[in-house]
Ligand binder design. Structure first.
Ligand code: FE
Ligand code: FE
Ligand code: ZN
Length: 278
């Protein structure tokens, strides 16, 4: 089954997101756990969650993806920023545990000077604090474009983080197609080669979700500017190969393209057309 959705606003709650997803032909969605730039959060609404879970079952909405706010930086040099990140992620996970099996995606962060090595150690330290044995949430590291001092721009850096995590069975990866292309992985000309490399270094069993975005910039630009599906350097043909690739086609695909709801609905319809039902 084709699992396709997009980023939605969480401001009206879970049930509202579920209904919005169905209205645009989606069967999954992504949302920010809290204000992406501030970090403030509404009180947990268990009634809304219960209604959402029931609605999701009736309407075949599968696993959803929560995205941590951008203000976090797990590998900041300043301790108070790392502590804020840790407390926020811990709180996010405790909330997400009310929707069993949810994916929780975060950016590994920017090391801002002290080097990727030190950054990787800090990220793993935080993960070792927040993961626990009987959690059902799966925490995903997002592949980054390498803008500024971002950590997670290579498969090797993500592997190095995972290697330092004790409960690494709780960790997966979310592959962002704009980010890895900007990061230098040529998924237009060499999708098979890139996936083989991913498999050799990280393991494809870790890959749990795809952020499906076109990009405004050429290969290895290290820019991170998303483009509408088919409007950028990836193009509709490469994107069609991505959604149909035997190693990817069962994963949830989440759009983070520059669109309002009607634009997302059109992209979802287009991608459904391109998806070859087995
Ligand atoms: Fe992201
Ligand atoms: Fe992304
Ligand atoms: Zn991005």
């Amino acid at each position: 089954m084709f699992k396709i959705g997009c980023h939605l606003s969480a401001s009206k709650g879970y049930l509202a997101m579920g209904k919005e997803a169905v209205s645009i032909g989606a069967n999954t969605f992504q949302f920010f756990t809290r204000n992406p730039r501030g970090g403030s959060i509404k009180p947990l609404d268990l009634d809304d969650i219960a209604s959402f879970i029931e609605f999701a079952q009736k309407n075949n909405i599968g696993q959803i993806l929560a995205h941590a706010p951008y203000t976090l930086n797990p590998c900041a040099e300043k301790e108070y920023i790392r502590n804020f990140t840790l407390e926020t992620m811990k709180d996010d996970i405790s909330r997400l545990e009310h929707i069993p099996g949810t994916l929780y995606n975060f950016h590994p962060g920017s090391h801002v000077g002290q080097g990727a090595e030190a950054g990787i150690r800090y990220i793993a330290e935080i993960l070792n604090e927040i993961l626990f044995e009987d959690m059902t949430t799966v925490v995903l590291l997002e592949t980054m474009s390498g803008k500024g001092s971002e950590v997670g721009k290579t498969f090797e850096e993500l592997r190095a983080i995972i290697d330092r995590v004790k409960l690494s069975s709780k960790i997966g990866v979310c592959l962002d197609t704009c980010h890895i292309f900007d990061g230098g992985y040529d998924i237009v000309e060499n999708l098979d080669g890139v996936l083989t490399e991913f498999d050799n270094i990280i393991g494809l069993d870790r890959l749990r979700a795809i952020h499906l975005n076109d990009t405004k910039n050429p290969l290895a630009s290290h820019k991170d500017r998303h483009e509408k599906i088919g409007g950028g350097y990836l193009g509709i043909e490469a994107i069609t190969r991505i959604i149909n690739h035997p190693k990817l086609r069962e994963l949830p695909f989440l759009l983070e393209t520059p669109n309002e709801l009607d634009g997302y609905a059109k992209e979802i319809a287009l991608l459904k057309e391109k998806y070859k039902n087995a």
